[in-house]
Design a protein around this ligand. Structure first.
Ligand code: ADP
Ligand code: MG
Length: 321
């Protein structure tokens, strides 16, 4: 079963940036207002995330990397109204099957932090002969997760990901997109050993304040906020950030609709930057899509995409200029 678990894990966690996405979502679920990402070799050697969230209870440490262990879902009916990112309890389990994972965590008001190491979903000794039990240590309130040697046990995957620069760029992209969406959270992203961080946002002062057009629209079925700017940083390709219920997702029909919209109104030389923050009743989102897929499905897709509100806002901006 270890092999089967590893294959399943390698499908859910298929590159460093998508491990990071899961870890950032866990930190946000834990109420973090500060999230730091440290990376070595495109996240393949080291992918580390430190948050100042509520931490993990010491008695939960033996369980957090077991498959389907989640603190976020207590009864089946909760599936109908998921308001946190997590609910399947598969992310940490998967990461522990494809890397050497360690966690240092401290709950506010407790005396000390605890450090735990994991292999294949279970607590493991930090070195041969040592105890596998979590050990007390120094630490700040919050949680630091370190995944080392990602895909050490899946050589084919490692081979396919040997461009560490490309992997770092994807990590940076995920971190900066969550930073845009979560303006109350300070984000940093850096390469370990680099003199300064590549991303360093202050709460309340992220990139989004530089984007001219914004609007909130509320409807019975959905609400959304959209920002658009006609120029992306490098002007060579369009950028679309789509969050549905605070999850960074892909949605091909929405992307297609936006592409069609902009090809009609923008000059060929300029490419749009679009940030769309869509909230849909949780029970309208299909939660059963395979977790490896960023693509989501939801009810009333066409009506929402074609809604006059979204289309006009994203083309003209809220003031209609
Ligand atoms: P899920 O997010 O679906 O619950 P995960 O595998 O991502 O599953 O995480 C398992 C559990 O570990 C979470 O339910 C949570 O209790 C705990 N956890 C993970 N990361 C953090 C964190 N950064 N801060 C606090 N608790 C965490
Ligand atoms: Mg999670």
């Amino acid at each position: 079963t270890t092999v089967i678990n590893r294959i399943a894990a390698g499908e859910i966690i298929n590159r460093p940036s998508n491990a990071l996405k899961e870890l950032i979502e866990n930190s946000l679920d834990a109420g973090a207002t500060s999230i730091s990402v440290n990376v070595k070799d495109g996240g393949l050697k080291v992918l580390q995330i430190q948050d100042n969230g509520h931490g993990i209870r010491t008695e939960d440490l033996p369980l957090v990397c077991e498959r389907f262990t989640t603190s976020k879902l207590r009864v089946y009916e909760d599936l109908q109204s998921i308001h946190t990112y997590g609910f399947r309890g598969e992310a940490l389990a998967s990461i522990s099957h494809v890397s050497h994972l360690s966690i240092v965590t401290k709950q506010a008001g407790t005396d000390c932090a605890y450090r735990a190491h994991y292999i294949d979903g279970k607590l493991a000794p930090p070195k041969p002969g040592a105890s596998a039990d979590p050990e007390p240590c120094a630490g700040n309130p919050g949680t630091m997760l370190t995944a080392e040697d990602l895909f050490y046990n899946i050589p084919s995957r490692l081979k396919a990901l040997k461009n560490t620069r490309e992997e770092y760029n994807r990590i940076y992209e995920v971190a900066s997109r969550y930073a845009i969406h979560n303006s109350g959270v300070a984000f940093t992203c850096r390469k370990i050993g680099a003199p300064k961080a590549d991303l360093n946002t202050l709460p309340g002062a992220t990139t989004i304040s530089n984007i001219p057009h914004g609007l909130w629209t509320k409807r019975p079925e959905f609400s959304f906020r959209g920002y658009v700017s006609s120029a992306t940083h490098d002007m060579s390709k369009s950028v679309m950030l789509l969050f549905i219920n605070h999850r960074l997702v892909d949605h091909t029909p929405i992307k297609r609709a936006l592409d069609a919209l902009y090809s009609g109104v923008l000059p060929k030389s300029s490419k749009p930057f679009v940030y769309l923050d869509l909230q849909i009743k949780p029970e309208h989102v299909d939660v059963n899509v395979h977790p490896a897929k960023r693509e989501v499905r939801f009810l009333h897709e066409d009506e929402i995409i074609e809604s006059y509100a979204i289309q006009t806002t994203l083309v003209k901006g809220p003031s209609g200029e």
